[in-house]
Design a protein around this ligand. Structure first.
Ligand SMILES: Cc1ncc(COP(=O)(O)O)c(C=O)c1O
Length: 363
């Protein structure tokens, strides 16, 4: 593909940092992880960050820390990546599927409120595609119903909501450092919080429930981050603002040059810094080639695209029972109409001009 839809930017500095760790012999969890955690906490504006080995592990540990278990339910958006919901099932709890807002594609507070039951213990709100969720509305709702609010910030490193960074918008924040994300550690994740007790509990659960070496006070997991991953993360953290600025600049170009094509370009809520993990357009139902035909034609022209996400989570085969009663018409509509165009920091000015020309040629 001439212009792929995602490409991680790792270079000599990351290679050197990993080589240093390998040479040190301290390759599992150690001081490099501690330094990465401390710098990532500062970046998010929170008191604690706990490194883990994936975004899914971050969500699972956050939910367990919130006390979620069998007999509980947790509200999640229907339109997101699978792990937002599967992490709830991993706790033995039931996901309840809320619909999303048709403009921001983020969880709709009214839909959440309609779903809350006596057994509901938490809500997971996702900063989808790099845009923070409606944190004021979800905070008020969670406080009213005594729910723990969890932010799935897997796609939103550096995003902001009224001056507050993603990862600081809920009781607990969860990040992923998968290679396509705004910054990467290969595989990896982070849990963020301002609550000392929650942070301590997360640390316990991600390390076999060990309160001291070989003393286990809980059944935990091995979700530890390695020094190797943290070394990559430290370099990437130094670069992520540059990456984000380039993503935003690329998005502005696409906004301007796709205006008038019939594609609905992304909406940004007021007071929000959107960091464009993905640049997601809506292809109208009457678009000449249809969404999938348009996607294939762009692929023929060398422009990589992707559908995030083609099936709402309530309609996934594994959620046949839980999803049966969910009504999420906006999620259904988005699954049928969205398309992600390349916006990552490796996309050049030349690439942007080429993408827009290719789109206009298919109108
Ligand atoms: C919204 C969302 N939540 C959770 C995850 C899970 O992260 P990971 O792949 O690091 O387990 C991802 C990314 O894959 C994601 O995009």
């Amino acid at each position: 593909m001439k212009i792929p839809v995602a490409r991680p930017l790792v270079g000599d500095e990351e290679v050197e940092a990993v080589a240093d760790v390998l040479r040190s012999g301290m390759i599992a969890q150690g001081s490099v992880v501690t330094e990465f955690e401390s710098r990532f906490a500062d970046y998010c504006g929170v008191s604690h960050a706990v490194g883990v080995n994936s975004g899914t592990a971050a969500l699972h540990a956050a939910l367990l820390t919130a006390g979620v278990g069998p007999g509980d339910s947790v509200v999640v958006p229907a339109f997101t990546f699978f792990a937002t919901a599967s992490s709830v099932s991993m706790c033995g709890a039931t996901p309840l599927f809320a619909d999303v807002d048709p403009q921001t594609f983020n969880i709709d507070p009214d839909s959440v409120e309609r779903l809350i039951r006596p057994d509901t213990r938490a809500v997971i709100a996702v900063d989808l595609f790099g845009q923070p969720f409606d944190a004021d509305a979800l905070r008020a709702l969670s406080d009213d119903h005594d729910l723990i609010l969890i932010e799935d910030a897997a796609q939103a490193h550096g995003a902001e909501y009224h001056g507050k960074r993603a990862g600081s918008l809920a009781d607990i924040g969860c990040f992923s450092f998968y290679p396509t994300k705004n910054m990467t550690t290969g595989e990896g994740g982070m849990v963020t919080t301002d609550d000392d007790a929650l942070a301590e509990r997360v640390r316990l659960l991600i390390n076999h429930g060990q309160s001291q070496k070989y003393l286990h006070s809980a059944v935990g997991y091995n979700y530890r981050m390695t020094n190797i991953a943290a070394a990559i993360g430290l370099v990437q953290l130094g670069r992520v603002e540059g990456f984000n600025e380039r993503r935003i600049k690329n998005a502005r170009y696409l906004d301007r040059h796709l205006a008038g094509t019939g594609l609905a370009t992304p909406y940004t809520a007021p007071g929000v810094r959107h960091v464009y993990h993905q640049y997601v357009v809506k292809v109208p139902a009457d678009y000449p080639l249809g969404r999938d035909g348009f996607m294939n034609a762009l692929a023929d022209a060398g422009v990589g695209t992707a559908v995030h996400y083609p099936i709402p989570i309530n309609r996934q085969p594994v959620y046949e029972n839980e999803g049966a009663t969910a009504t999420c018409p906006v999620s259904d509509d988005l699954a049928a109409s969205v398309l992600s165009l390349p916006v990552h920091p490796a996309v050049t000015d030349e690439d942007l001009a080429y993408i827009c020309e290719a789109v206009r040629g298919l109108e």
